[in-house]
Design a protein around this ligand. Structure first.
Ligand SMILES: Cc1cc2nc3c(=O)[nH]c(=O)nc-3n(C[C@H](O)[C@H](O)[C@H](O)COP(=O)(O)OP(=O)(O)OC[C@H]3O[C@@H](n4cnc5c(N)ncnc54)[C@H](O)[C@@H]3O)c2cc1C
Ligand SMILES: *[C@@H]1O[C@H](CO)[C@@H](O)[C@H](O)[C@H]1NC(C)=O
Ligand SMILES: *[C@@H]1O[C@H](CO)[C@@H](O)[C@H](O)[C@H]1NC(C)=O
Ligand SMILES: *[C@@H]1O[C@H](CO)[C@@H](O)[C@H](O)[C@H]1NC(C)=O
Ligand SMILES: *[C@@H]1O[C@H](CO)[C@@H](O)[C@H](O)[C@H]1NC(C)=O
Ligand SMILES: *[C@@H]1O[C@H](CO)[C@@H](O)[C@H](O)[C@H]1NC(C)=O
Ligand SMILES: *[C@@H]1O[C@H](CO)[C@@H](O)[C@H](O)[C@H]1NC(C)=O
Length: 595
């Protein structure tokens, strides 16, 4: 039916214009995927070097509000604030613009190997990522209008409303479920028939299903039902259960917050957006602790801009703590080591939270039919098909793994049916070493192996971000420190065992499902927890959800911002991004950041 709709559209538009667009996209995909395979990620901010080292500082003028970073949150802030007509706003973004390629959901891994990703890796890890090159997991972060929402996997999962009561329980007024729900609804334009009272239908940010679902989607849902999972609206009344993924896409294309929010707001005369502009320092008066403005670099020049009311930092969970520390806000001893004058001694960069992810590969006797790119592109242009999904994922689940009464889930599953993927990009994105690459990734048969990603949601381990030097040219050090705590390993083992149970259901037996083994940890008994622990420490990777590095709470010994997101002890400075999450989100971080 959809193909014939496409054919009709082409007839209406004229066959020629239709095939020109199709050709353009095919060529684009061809070029960009090739480029990505050989693209070297940067290792520092050298592109801004000349500006950083400039001797003169050019005055940029006065604005009421200066926003640092046009990522998920920065785009929303700039849009909402510029609704106030007499407020002048400057939005500074280090990256450039989104493009037609970045809008294609299925290309999501390729987006990481281009100049719209900062290019971070962890420091060599002790307890996890042991099967990666140099024990360094990759940490993609959007460096572009829309920020990480311009390169992410598009899954819309708030984490369940009740979870936010835990934020409030830490002493944060105004962050109960009942307080945040109206904001989730305000931004959302939901096309799904979700639970009554939980979804917005008039917001700027589109949420829809990627259609059609994969051929094997019903096996996933039925398998879940066979082990007593309900089918739920996981952004609704009850998060526990299995579901179709609610996606941040609009007619199949990526809905970053840049597209959903900023694109329109940019036309307003009271909002100025500058791209390719790296903010290098927040200017705070040492005596009065009043924030005065920021210094930034663009076009090989250094600028100073005054903020008459406030500076809002929304540079994301990696760059925000870096910028705060470069500006004198952070752990005192570390700042002294870096020869940075201390303005406020706060635990910036600590409490780095990350969800670990383990990929269970399941061999089936299903075979994905051959497709050709021209057909896929045509479907995509109509808003449908495999190109509208990241990694093919269309099933999601939040099982109650230990069958106790949990308040919020500790495990999340993604169901990724067989889809056409170049294993090379998969390997690059996981940064697995050549042994794992050759003996595991290259053994995956994309046409008939499906993936169940098992994700830990309530991790107790915490990492840390700290500076390499006092220069904004250097990347910060990022230690995710996943699985330092044994209970995190134990919880994920439960999750893996749940996934194994799922593959043993009748619905999966129909596919003759068997596990594809990672040929490591061979000295362990395959049924033992020790075996699974060994696998986890070697091949679990990061889920790309860093947060918590400028956490919100009342006590300035433990937290960086108060419940109005003001930096403790500093005037006119707020952090407004995923850095402020005090606890891991039992879901994904994009919607939570946008609240
Ligand atoms: C590959 C990937 C997949 C993901 N998948 C999902 C998913 O499926 N669902 C989900 O909900 N979440 C997902 N996430 C996480 C989610 O996208 C992020 O949590 C969210 O975008 C964070 O928003 P933010 O505003 O805090 O930061 P960001 O969106 O990262 O924004 C920070 C912005 O600040 C800019 N910036 C940084 N430093 C400076 C500076 N010094 N000067 C100027 N500008 C600066 C950056 O370039 C960027 O544009 C994923 C993330 C990634 C990377
Ligand atoms: C904007 O206008 C409102 C209402 O007219 C006023 O209260 C406020 O002070 C003005 N703000 C600025 C920045 O001029
Ligand atoms: C890759 O990692 C595995 C698991 O830690 C290890 O056994 C193997 O020696 C590593 N290979 C290389 C080439 O580093
Ligand atoms: C792709 O399929 C279409 C029809 O479905 C066909 O016209 C076209 O020739 C095919 N292209 C390739 C490269 O096989
Ligand atoms: C897996 O199934 C077994 C056998 O039914 C059951 O005992 C166990 O609790 C299940 N494990 C999980 C994590 O669901
Ligand atoms: C089921 O899978 C096993 C192991 O991969 C294989 O040996 C067997 O032939 C398969 N059976 C069917 C019916 O596909
Ligand atoms: C796949 O395997 C199952 C179980 O062995 C079998 O019933 C089914 O017919 C097989 N399907 C195909 C396409 O081989």
């Amino acid at each position: 039916m959809m193909v014939s709709l496409g054919a009709t559209l082409c007839l209406v538009l004229g066959v020629v214009s239709c095939s020109i667009t199709t050709n353009y996209y095919q060529e684009l995909i061809n070029q960009e995927t090739k480029k990505a395979l050989s693209y070297d990620l940067p290792t520092n901010n050298e592109e801004f070097k000349e500006g950083v080292e400039a001797q003169t500082i050019v005055e940029y003028g006065d604005y009421d509000v200066v926003i640092v970073g046009a990522g998920s949150v920065g785009c929303v802030l700039a849009t909402r604030l510029s609704e106030i007509e007499n407020l002048s706003i400057l939005l500074l973004e280090a990256g450039g613009e989104e493009n037609d390629f970045s809008q294609i959901p299925a290309m999501f891994l390729y987006h990481q190997f281009s100049d719209i990703n900062w290019g971070y890796y962890t420091t060599p890890q002790k307890y996890s990522c042991l099967g990666t090159n140099n024990r360094q997991c990759i940490i993609p972060r959007g460096k572009v209008i829309g920020g990480s929402s311009a390169i992410n996997a598009l899954i819309y999962a708030r984490g369940g409303c009740k979870y936010y009561d835990k934020w409030a329980a830490l002493g944060n007024r105004g962050w109960f479920c009942k307080d945040v729900l109206p904001y989730f609804k305000k931004s959302e334009n939901s096309q799904i028939h979700g639970d009554e009272g939980y979804h917005g239908k008039k917001g700027f940010w589109n949420v829809e299903y990627s259609l059609p679902s994969s051929t094997l989607f019903n096996n996933y849902i039925n398998g879940g039902l066979q082990i007593n999972q309900r089918v739920v609206d996981y952004n609704g009344v009850n998060q526990f259960g299995a579901a179709k993924v609610q996606s941040s896409i609009k007619r199949g294309k990526r809905q970053s917050l840049g597209t959903a929010f900023l694109a329109n707001a940019r036309k307003r005369s009271n909002l100025k957006v500058v791209t390719k502009a790296l903010v290098t320092k927040i200017i705070i008066d040492q005596q009065s602790r009043v924030t005065k403005g920021v210094e930034f670099v663009t076009n090989n020049q250094k600028f100073h801009v005054r903020a008459k009311k406030e500076v809002l930092v929304s540079a994301g969970a990696i760059n925000t703590p870096q910028l705060l520390m470069l500006s004198g806000i952070g752990p005192k001893t570390h700042l002294k080591d870096m020869k940075i004058p201390v303005i406020a001694d706060l635990p910036v960069g600590e409490n780095l939270i990350e969800h670990p992810l383990f990929n269970v590969v399941v061999r089936t006797n299903y075979t994905l039919p051959d497709t050709n790119m021209s057909d896929l592109v045509e479907l995509y242009l109509q808003g449908f098909g495999p190109l509208t999904k990241a990694l093919g994922v269309d099933g999601i689940g939040f099982p109650n793994t230990d069958n106790r009464r949990q308040e919020t889930p500790s495990i999340e599953l993604h169901f990724s049916p067989p889809f056409d993927i170049d294993r090379t990009i998969f390997q690059r994105a996981m940064n697995f070493n050549t042994t794992i690459g050759d003996t595991f990734i290259n053994k995956i048969n994309p046409k008939s192996d499906l993936n169940i990603f098992v994700i830990l949601l309530n991790e107790k381990s915490r990492g840390r971000i700290w500076l390499k030097s006092n220069s904004p040219i250097d990347f910060p050090n990022i230690d995710l420190n996943m699985f330092e705590k044994q209970e995190d390993v134990d919880s994920l083992i439960e999750g893996l065992r749940y996934a194994f149970n799922l593959t043993k259901t009748e619905a999966f037996e129909k596919l003759n499902a068997t596990l594809l083994e990672v040929p490591i940890c061979t000295n362990f008994d395959k049924d033992s927890n020790g075996y699974l622990e060994c696998l986890i420490r070697n091949v679990a990777v990061s889920m790309y959800h860093p947060c918590g590095t400028a956490a919100m709470g009342p006590d300035r010994e433990k937290f960086v911002v108060d419940d109005t997101l003001r930096v403790h002890g500093i005037k006119n400075l707020r952090v407004v991004d995923a850095s402020v999450f005090p606890l891991p989100v039992p879901g994904h971080t994009n919607a939570a950041a946008v609240i």
